[in-house]
Design a protein around this ligand. Structure first.
Ligand code: AMP
Ligand code: GLY
Length: 399
């Protein structure tokens, strides 16, 4: 099979790395890829949002399976365009990807399906939102409804901050069209967990639970980032709780989407808060997590190609998804200054030494330049180690 991965981050390197191990796969292409993906396949310089360019490439290269990383591609309708061209792509259609693309849609859907989530009110009108805000007691969470690269959620401990956030989203339009609709949501307390699952429109198979850490500094301190690392499996989600989330959240999503005529296929990622009253959904993502994928792929024993095809063909119930009993820890190396200003183009050396230890180095912001590997982004590398214990994996990854 000829396989295409869409995207350029550490997540996509991990997906391409895993797909390349399949005995079914002869060629892996990554569009646009990065300085590391070229080691597991062939990079194609096409942007993840250039849907017609990607369709032409997939036709020309006779791609049998396309696996999509970023949400922007899915929300823009990549899977619909590929299907229309007779090409197989793993991920939700545009209508199903609205679970991530519109927080207003996701909230209304959860209310209609009785899925536990933070109570919220949705506004299109700034004056109405302002008036509502004056009647409630902070803390509160203000959310732009549309895609905002993870930045459109503002936690507001005080009324002043809530008013400023609302202005930022609805008046100053800091997130552009994503702020056409705005949610004012109750602020929940608790431990945050993510559960990702494979879906074929009907059946849902959870992955092992993974944890990611978003703060830039050691000890979970400092500014929020795209994710500085994580581990799997997460002790915060024991099997009984996974079953509860399956029954109360994931299965109702898949059933509800199918009933609406927009079946959900691909990876469904539920971000949850474990509150005193039980798990509550914070958000859905319609794709693999980054950096969760860099911890999960090294633990996945089954063939990812087989899983993707079973999802696309609606036969997920007939296959077994097997995981290693090991633990994986992933640590991100970032450019100095990230998530603020940083410089790029610095040479990366020493990776040949890493290949001799039981670790994998996934690339994110790297590129090949004049025969050298150089930095090309904020998050540069994600190093993952696996071992029989979490402590051992952590020691190994830092070494
Ligand atoms: P999202 O982009 O929706 O994942 O939100 C980003 C982050 O904001 C989440 O990972 C949570 O840490 C936080 N968050 C979102 N909604 C709430 C809420 N209702 N209460 C507390 N924290 C929240
Ligand atoms: N790790 C969070 C995300 O992928 O959205």
């Amino acid at each position: 099979m000829r396989v295409l991965v869409i995207g350029s981050g550490g997540r996509e390197h991990a997906l391409a790395w895993k797909l390349a191990q399949s005995p079914e796969v002869s060629h892996v292409f990554i569009a646009p890829g990065n300085g590391g993906t070229a080691a597991v396949g062939q990079n194609a310089p096409i942007a993840a949002t250039d849907i017609s360019g990607l369709v032409s490439f997939a036709r020309q290269e006779q791609i049998d399976l396309t696996v999509v990383g970023p949400e922007v591609s899915l929300v823009a309708g990549l899977v619909d365009a590929f299907n229309a061209a007779g090409l197989r792509a793993f991920g939700p259609t545009q209508a199903a990807a609205r679970l991530e693309g519109s927080k207003a849609f996701a909230k209304q859907f959860m209310v209609e399906e009785g899925i536990p989530t933070a109570p919220a009110t949705i506004f299109r009108d700034y004056a109405a939102a302002q008036a509502y805000l004056r009647q409630i007691v902070p803390p509160v969470v203000v959310k732009a409804s549309g895609l905002a690269a993870g930045k459109g959620v503002i936690i507001c401990p005080t009324m002043q901050e809530a008013e400023a956030a609302l202005r930022q989203v609805m008046v100053e339009r800091a997130f552009g069209e994503a702020g056409d609709e705005c949610l004012i949501e109750d602020c929940l307390q608790g431990e945050e967990v993510s559960l990702l699952a494979f879906c074929d429109g009907k059946t849902i198979v959870p992955m092992i639970p993974a944890r990611d850490y978003k703060r830039v500094d050691d000890g979970d301190q400092g500014l929020n980032t795209g994710g500085m690392g994580g581990y799997a499996p997460s002790p915060y989600l024991p099997p009984a709780l996974v079953q509860e989330i399956m029954a109360r959240v994931l299965q109702p999503v898949v059933d509800g989407m199918r009933r609406r005529g927009t079946p959900y296929t691909g990876v469904l990622y539920a971000g949850l808060m474990l509150t005193d009253l039980g798990p509550r959904v914070l958000e859905f993502n319609c794709r693999f997590g980054d950096p969760e994928t860099q911890s999960l792929m090294p633990l996945l024993e089954s063939d990812l190609v087989e899983i993707c095809l079973a999802c696309i063909e609606g036969r997920l119930a007939q296959i077994q998804v097997r995981w290693s009993s090991d633990h994986a820890v992933c640590v991100v190396l970032a450019s100095g200054g990230y998530p603020g200003d940083y410089t790029s183009g610095k040479e990366i050396t020493g990776l040949d030494k890493v290949s001799r230890t039981p670790s994998v180095v996934f690339h994110a912001g790297t590129k090949q330049q004049d025969g050298r590997l150089v930095t090309a982004g904020g998050r540069v590398l994600a190093v993952t180690s696996t071992a029989p214990s979490l402590a051992q994996a952590r020691t190994q990854v830092y070494a």
